[in-house]
Design a protein around this ligand. Structure first.
Ligand code: AHG
Ligand code: MN
Ligand code: MN
Length: 341
């Protein structure tokens, strides 16, 4: 029999953070509770995705005659449904939706906007590898209407008020920050609650792991190629060669990097002339992860400067992304400065 202790629930953690800020309205607490709710629903579906495939439930229709959508569309629908009526948002952006998402007329509008990647790492769904959800929250800055505009969504990472991710891994975890440390909560499926499991995550100042899709090597800049050559050279005095770890789900790769240190990279490459800035999207992938990594004592860079300093111009714009232990990020930036001019 267990001791009877419940542990610190996400709700209790949020309530205690709110008490530290007497001016807080509780809206952020409400938002994070909606994220936790949607995450539990997505987690439930992710856990049986393989089963659904085996039983043929992922075809056009299921036994109830309902359309069975792909998991990333399903996740998008779940998060939208958790957000649109809750009264906290004035506008939203999702990786799965081309334009800004307005709050339907019949629902109350709030003072925040959210950009989210409902299912990150979706190429890993079919092979039972960790996937995730990423979210970034700003305060509304436009004043003329209760509705938000694209300008509210195109704020820099430096203006974020909260960000986080959910990882659907060997357990489901929610990792988030409201600017007061980075905290991890693990879903206890038996009671359906996120319980604090990783309070105040701090990234090691230097790590011995590099994480990148090395198949793109020939398409990188000289500075990035030289850096990766460098970390693979044997030099026991400085702990080289580093270990390589690449899952291909940003959430999982950043999660490991936050806990163990090292450098996660998605550099710019010359593979596709339409995507000169690499693959990862600034608003709902790079900025929220940069916010978490910096708040855990790490660094997040384009290779030439802080990710969060970028002034966004488009909802789905991309940025080269290097994040992790601060000493590793500085070293990468030195290679870029030296070889890429
Ligand atoms: P998404 O599934 O939301 O489109 O994101 C996938 C991203 C990210 O999770 C990961 O870091 C990257 O794609 C992997 O890309 P490569 O397959 O090019 O390595
Ligand atoms: Mn993604
Ligand atoms: Mn996605």
């Amino acid at each position: 029999m267990s001791s009877g202790k419940i542990g610190i629930t996400l709700t209790r953690h949020l309530f205690e953070e709110q008490r530290l800020h007497p001016a807080a309205t509780g809206e952020l607490t409400g938002i994070l509770n909606q994220i936790a709710l949607a995450a539990k629903v997505v987690s439930r579906e992710v856990n049986k995705a393989g089963l659904a495939e085996i039983l043929g439930l992922t075809g056009e229709e299921n036994v109830q005659g309902e359309q069975v959508r792909k998991l990333d569309v399903f996740a998008n629908d779940v998060f939208m449904a958790a957000f649109d009526h809750c009264g906290h948002f004035c506008i939203m952006a999702s990786e799965e939706v081309e334009g800004p998402i307005l709050i339907p007329e019949q629902f109350a509008k709030g003072h925040y906007c959210i950009a989210f990647d409902p299912l990150d790492g979706s190429s890993n769904i079919d092979v039972n590898v960790s996937i995730g959800t990423i979210f970034a929250i700003h305060k509304k800055i436009t004043v003329n209407s209760w509705d938000g505009t694209t300008a509210d969504l195109l704020q820099s990472g430096d203006s974020l008020v909260a960000a986080g991710y959910v990882i659907y891994g060997s357990s489901t975890m929610l990792v988030m920050s409201t600017g007061n440390g980075v905290h991890g909560f693990t879903l206890d499926p038996s009671v359906g609650e996120f319980l604090e499991s990783h309070p105040d995550i701090r990234i090691p100042p230097r790590g011995k792991t590099y994480s990148v899709n090395e198949g793109n090597y020939p398409y990188w800049s000289e500075g990035v190629r030289k850096y990766v050559n460098h970390v693979k050279q044997a030099d026991p005095a400085t702990g080289r060669p580093y270990s390589a770890r690449y899952i291909g789900s940003m959430v999982a790769d950043v999660h490991r990097t936050l806990l163990k240190g090292g450098l996660f990279m998605y550099p710019a490459d010359s593979k596709d002339p339409d995507k000169p800035n690499g693959k990862l999207r600034l608003l709902y992938e790079c900025n929220p992860m940069a916010y978490l990594v910096e708040h855990a004592g790490g660094a997040a860079s384009t290779g030439r400067g802080r990710i969060m300093a970028i002034a966004p111009t488009e909802l789905h714009q991309r940025a080269p992304f290097f994040a992790g232990s601060p000493e590793n990020v500085r070293e990468l930036e030195e290679f870029v400065a030296r070889y890429d001019g």
